[in-house]
Write a protein that binds this ligand. Structure first.
Ligand code: ADP
Ligand code: MG
Length: 615
């Protein structure tokens, strides 16, 4: 019997490992900048040619490396940053895996010069595809400089996969800015093809943000500061009127490291509730300081997701800290242009306890199933009519393509859903004989423990959304060809968004081609009314423009906006039956407390609160 198993040669193993760490030129920039910061640099200069495809140069004035470290640093798992397993649980450096330089050296031509404070001469090392080509003394200042050329020269699949220069450079700029926002005390410069993009001298945080985003921002920043045993929170939110259609200005940092968190983002959205227009995202630059033992940065290879031990607590600090700050700066809900209520909700009811997201995607869940979970009202005629109205929104039954949607579950996992105990159980309604409609918009019903108020339009929005999202997980949205294609002028960046997201757009029911800057839309989701198509495409572009957005999030945003227009159209509460049907349907949604846009659907007024009004 012959043996089949062979050990991979080191250079191939390194190339494979490199794929995880280095996805594109921006990853190299990030890794090299982080190394420079870990080396105590006070100035880092970055020089890029052709979006990093030709050259990435990073020069720092940090501690430098000794002659032997200068060679060792390119070996896999070579790191000066952790010694014992315990160190892993209390990281204070950016790097710790010892993989970045080995990875870069495996897939590019690298030249490094480095010198420590007390060495007489520096070292210059040239390494290509993991092979050292030269290693000699050189004259150079204290610190380290890297020149990375011909990235992915030996991994053509990766190289061909790179996007056009403007896109790749945007990624580099994003990484650079994230680091710049979180290291105001380091002088950073960025050049692209000889043009200076940023020159950011060391400064206080506010000045750094303004230096990056422009002088207009100075007046837009509202400072946040909260200090507790578990977390120190500081930073700024943008005044609500500067909320944008894209999420470009949303930044979380923990211990000076950028991270993404749909969960914490929900706390911010909630703090801005009623102050920001539908479909717009408030801006923020929020810095958390927590004990490094209480976070785990190890969960994601590119380290933008972080696990927090005390995330619930931090959620509530974010929520209250921002509300307080907005209040202090007199940005109170009196500016609330969105509120349509004819009566004011008592302020005490706004101060809900912090809620936690839970995993809530159930593929098998069918909101139209006759064996309904509540067992009451199932199969009533009104309900069937209502179901039909939603079914008529036109969802297809094409072959499932769930593989592509692995991401989708991830986002849903993190999507904020009201905690079980604060959700109102259907039983509350059971004995309720009477429901009232106020102003055609609100359903008021007596319950065992007081009154329940339902925002009818949001309820419909949530029902349509739940149905669509549950189906969408396995089926593309049904598409309808247009007799006459719709034409729309698009910018260069919109053009690349459209091309990069072809398969997602098809899943969403869109089909179109771009010629000479004109998008010709040949097919659209059949749920879209003709007059809504143009706006839907604009919204889609606004969402796609956000570089980091996940597929699932785009789908969520799009389906939420369809749900919203469906709700506008379908608000019919003329009969008792239609009201009861709506309540039944709402309670069959897994989340019936918040709409897809995180707006409250249900409120309660307890008997106590009613009694208090007569005090
Ligand atoms: P890690 O950062 O995870 O330790 P890297 O592969 O990024 O792994 O770097 C390996 C080692 O090389 C680092 O631990 C550090 O000792 C050294 N090093 C890398 N870049 C620099 C730099 N700019 N200045 C000084 N030392 C550096
Ligand atoms: Mg590193």
């Amino acid at each position: 019997m012959s043996d089949f198993i062979q050990l991979l040669p080191d250079n191939i193993a390194n190339q494979i490992a490199a794929g995880e760490v280095i996805q594109r030129p921006a990853s190299v920039v990030k890794e090299l900048m982080e190394n420079a910061i870990d080396a105590g640099a006070t100035k880092i200069d970055i020089n890029i040619k052709d979006a990093g495809k030709t050259l990435i140069q990073v020069v720092d004035n940090g501690n430098g490396m000794s002659e032997s470290d200068a060679v060792l640093c390119f070996q896999r798992h070579a790191t000066s940053k952790i010694r014992t397993a315990d160190d892993l649980f209390a990281l204070t450096t950016k790097g710790f895996r010892g993989e970045a330089l080995a990875s870069v050296a495996a897939i590019a031509h690298v030249e490094m010069r480095t010198k420590t404070e007390d060495a007489d001469t520096g070292r210059s090392i040239v390494i290509e595809g993991s092979n050292i080509k030269s290693n000699e003394d050189t004259v150079c200042p204290k610190g380290t400089s890297f020149e990375i050329k011909n990235l992915f020269y030996n991994v053509p699949a990766r190289r061909n996969f790179l996007k056009k220069d403007s896109t790749e450079f945007k990624h580099i700029q994003d990484e650079f800015e994230r680091i710049a926002f979180s290291h105001a005390n380091i002088h950073l410069t960025l050049k692209h093809n000889g043009t200076e993009i940023h020159n950011l001298p060391a400064a206080v945080l506010r000045k750094r943000i303004v230096n990056i985003l422009g002088p207009n921002f100075n007046d837009r920043l509202v400072p946040i500061e909260e200090s507790t045993e578990i977390v120190q929170l500081k930073g700024f939110v943008l005044k609500p009127e500067f909320a944008k259609k894209s999420r470009g200005e949303q930044f979380f940092f923990v211990n000076d490291r950028y991270f993404r968190s749909p969960y914490f983002n929900h706390a911010i959205t909630k703090a801005f509730e009623g102050l920001v227009q539908h479909g717009k995202f408030p801006g923020y630059f929020l810095y958390l300081d927590v004990d490094p033992q209480k976070i785990d940065v190890n969960v994601h290879p590119t380290k933008t997701e972080i696990k927090f031990e005390e995330e619930k607590f931090i959620y509530s600090i974010l929520l209250s800290g921002i509300r307080l700050a907005l209040g202090k700066y007199n940005i109170s809900p009196s500016l609330d242009f969105e509120r349509e209520t004819s009566f004011d909700i008592p302020h005490s009811m706004h101060s809900q306890p912090a809620t936690e997201p839970s995993i809530k995607v159930n593929e098998n869940y069918n909101p139209f199933s006759t064996s309904s979970r509540t067992g009451s009202g199932g199969g009533s005629k009104a309900k069937d009519n209502f179901s039909k109205a939603i079914m008529d929104q036109g969802f297809g039954s094409k072959e499932a393509n769930s593989e592509d949607w692995a991401n989708f579950y991830k986002i849903e996992d993190e999507s904020p859903v009201e905690e079980e105990k604060t959700a109102i159980p259907f039983e509350e309604f059971k004995d309720s004989e009477t429901t009232f409609i106020v102003k055609g918009s609100y359903i008021i019903s007596s319950s065992k423990s007081g009154l329940i108020l339902i925002h009818a339009r949001r309820a419909i929005e949530q029902i349509v959304y739940s149905v669509m999202i549950n189906r969408f997980i396995s089926n593309p949205i049904e598409s309808q060809s247009l007799l006459f294609p719709i034409e729309k002028e698009v910018s260069k960046s919109e053009e690349s968004c459209w091309l990069e997201n072809q398969s997602l757009l098809q899943q969403l029911g869109f089909n179109g081609e771009i010629k000479d800057g004109i998008l010709q839309v040949a097919a659209v989701p059949s749920v879209l009314q003709e007059e809504a198509i143009s706006k839907a495409i604009d919204e889609l572009f606004a969402t796609l423009a956000y570089q980091d957005i996940e597929k699932g999030e785009i789908a969520h945003a799009f389906i939420a906006s369809i749900a919203r227009s469906a709700a506008m159209k379908n608000l019919n509460l003329s009969t008792n039956e239609s009201i009861q049907g709506l309540i039944d349907q709402l309670f069959q949604c897994e989340n019936h407390t918040y709409s897809p846009r995180n707006k409250k659907i249900i409120e309660t007024i307890s008997l106590d609160e009613i009694a208090q009004k007569f005090n």
